[in-house]
Each structure stands twice: as C-alpha cells, then as structure tokens.
Design a protein around this ligand. Structure first.
Ligand code: UDP
Length: 353
C-alpha cells in the first residue's frame, strides 16, 4: 500500500506529524511525503519537521509566494507529475489550503483515490479561500475523515450519503498532536523576560482580517488596549506583518516571530485566554483548558461555541474587549467527547491496511 501525502502549510505539518507517525508503524504502508513549499522558511516549516520528528519530505516542489491561481496551478502540475511517476494507491491530503486542493485535483483526474483528513468542515462563507478549497476537496475525495460529528452532519446535509464516498468519523488529529507533544513544552526564548501564568496569547492571520484594513485596525486597537493591563503575546504571521506595514499599523505588545509547536504548547499552558482567528488554535485552547475569543464572524468548530468555551467576537474593538471580559472567567474542561480523545491518527492509519 503506497500512500502519497501532500502537505505545504504549517497546520498541515502538525496534522501530518500525528498521522505519519501511525502510518509508519504499519509495515504494509509506504508513505511518500511531498512538501509543496507553500510555507517554506525555517520558522514556518523546518522547525516543525525537526521538533515533531516528521519524516523528511521525499519531494519538495518549492512553490510559494504567488497568487492563488498561479500557486495552485503549479502545485497541480508538480503533484500530477509525482503521482504519475510514483503510482500511489492513495493520495492523502489535509485541511483546506491550496496544497490540499492541488493534491486532490491532481489525484482525482488521474483516478487515484483521495483521502481527506479534516473533511466536512464548513464556515458557510464562500469568500474564504479555505472554504472553497475544502468544499472542492471533499467533493472529489473517496474517503472523508471527519474530525467531529458536526462535520459528518455537514456532509450529510450536502447529500454525501448518496454519493459513492466513505464518511468516517475518526476524531481530530490535532488532539492527537496536542496529547503527544504536551510533555515536551518549551519556553520560547523570546518570552523569557515576561514569562508568567496569565498571558493573553493572540494570533491573527486569516485573509478576511489581514486583507481588510478596517478589521485589522480594530483588532490591533483591541490587542493594544488589552496589553496595557495584561501581557499580550503575539507570534506574528508573515502575512500579517506585511499587512500591518502596508496599513501603517503598530502593535504595542509582545510581538514575537512565529514559534515552533513545542513553544506554542508552552504559551498555551501559560495563557489565561486565547484570542485568535486560527482554526487550529481554537481547538488547542480547548485541549489546554483555556477559553477562546475567536476574531471572526463564524467558525468551523461550532461545538466549542455551543459549549460556551469559545466566543465569536468578530473584528470590532469594543466587541473583542467585551468578549474577553465575558470569557476570562470561563472554566474549560476537555472531556474527550468532542474530538475523539487522541485516537484519530490511529483510526486513519488502520483504514489503509
Ligand atoms: N502555531 C505554531 N506557531 C505559531 C503559531 C501557530 O506552531 O507561531 C500552530 C498552532 O499551535 C496550531 C497551528 O499552528 O497548531 C495552526 O496553524 P495556523 O493558525 O497557521 O492555521 P489554521 O489552523 O488557521 O489553518
């Protein structure tokens, strides 16, 4: 059984770390790992391979920094050539990036079955590039590994039970990663002078926030205001850095370079609350028992909002500040009911043998 895995962006490295570990326990499975290059520098890519002991990519396409069309097109070409050459039995894709879509499309056109990890998620906002990628990737996959019951019901509502496709509720591979790496937390060097237990951990990188001057301005205002009373730490995504410069906005808080996963675990353990527009971090806040304010108008991880541990503040400064006031005292307990309790990668690997 030969599986060709396509990854390219930070959250995919984290997901693949969990699944590759399980796949490589199976002697019947040969995994070929392709890195498209979407995220390529040391802080956004290499550090994850090193820290999380992800196998070295067998192929690097080195495609990054273009518009969506050019990037996806070149990835499609590159992945197609590798599928033709390596002849896998399956192509394995993760999440909702351009690398996901390119992998799915290249495989489907060559009649190689596609397995999609993190299938069935929906924001119902088709202006998000991620939503377009995930809807299209799901539609041309043969097996859909869903992280939550809600993801399964999204697919059912779209009529997937009538299609020739398998839907598997496996749980969330990011919970597997959180449990596996929890004990290896590492303090980021950059926070040594203000390390304490009640940080506000913030990340911002969704295009809907960074590419919209008004939304980004409001978020910056709220974060700067919060930092006057309580340290806000923000590992700054390269896209956000560019947009802040473009709009002339200044973050008056602890801005640090993007950190590795183990440093992120440390920050989560030392945070009182998380403010983010990241998909992954919303769940990690929950895995590490922290309340979360999501700087978006909708989320794919609705079960956390229903539980009252995540609050959608949108991107208005006043709404963000009042959301933080409301969420700070919330107690968060993961009872392993929502995301599978750390068994997702094992279930996925089992499927292939
Ligand atoms: N993350 C990280 N270092 C950082 C910021 C985020 O390791 O400086 C991790 C985070 O803990 C989570 C993943 O990256 O596991 C989320 O990726 P991102 O926010 O880029 O993408 P999304 O989840 O929104 O697709």
């Amino acid at each position: 059984m030969r599986i060709l895995t396509v990854v390219g962006a930070r959250p995919q490295f984290i997901k693949a770390a969990a699944v590759s570990r399980e796949l490589r326990k199976k002697p019947e499975v040969e995994e070929i790992l392709i890195h498209t290059g979407q995220h390529f520098d040391a802080g956004m890519s290499d550090i994850f391979f090193e820290q999380m002991e992800i196998p070295r990519p067998d192929h690097r396409l080195q495609i990054s920094g273009m518009n969506h069309g050019a990037m996806t097109g070149r990835m499609l070409e590159g992945v197609e050539a590798l599928i033709t050459d390596r002849k896998p039995d399956w192509v394995l894709i993760y999440g909702d990036t351009n690398s996901t879509l390119a992998g799915a499309l290249a495989a489907a056109k060559l009649h190689v079955p596609v397995a999609h990890v993190e299938a069935g998620l929906r924001s119902f906002n088709m202006r998000m590039p991620e939503e377009i990628n995930r809807v299209l990737a799901d539609r041309i996959s043969s097996v859909l590994f869903c992280p939550t019951a809600h993801a399964v019901s999204n697919l059912e509502a779209e009529g997937y039970r009538n299609l020739n496709v398998e839907i598997q509720l496996v749980g969330d591979v990011m919970q597997d990663a959180a449990l596996f790496y929890k004990s290896r937390a590492r303090r980021p060097e950059s926070v040594s002078t203000y390390a304490r237990d009640d940080l506000i951990l913030a990340t911002v990188h969704r295009a809907e926030n960074t590419d919209d001057r008004e939304r980004l301005t409001q978020i910056v205002m709220a974060l700067n205001r919060l930092h006057r009373d309580q340290p806000v730490v923000l590992p700054l995504h390269p896209r956000t850095r560019k947009c802040l410069e473009k709009y002339g906005l200044k973050l008056d808080l602890h801005v640090i370079e993007p950190v590795g996963y183990l440093e992120m675990v440390w920050l989560l353990e030392h945070a009182q609350i998380v403010l983010t527009d990241s998909g992954g971090l919303q769940k990690e806040a929950y895995f590490f028992g922290r309340p979360c304010v999501t700087l978006r108008d909708e989320t794919e991880w609705v079960e956390l909002v229903e539980r009252g541990v995540n609050y959608l503040s949108g991107a208005n400064a006043e709404s963000i500040l009042s959301a933080v006031g409301r969420m700070r005292p919330v107690t968060v307990m993961d009872d392993d009911q929502l995301y599978g309790g750390g068994q997702a990668a094992r279930r996925i690997a089992q499927y292939f043998v």
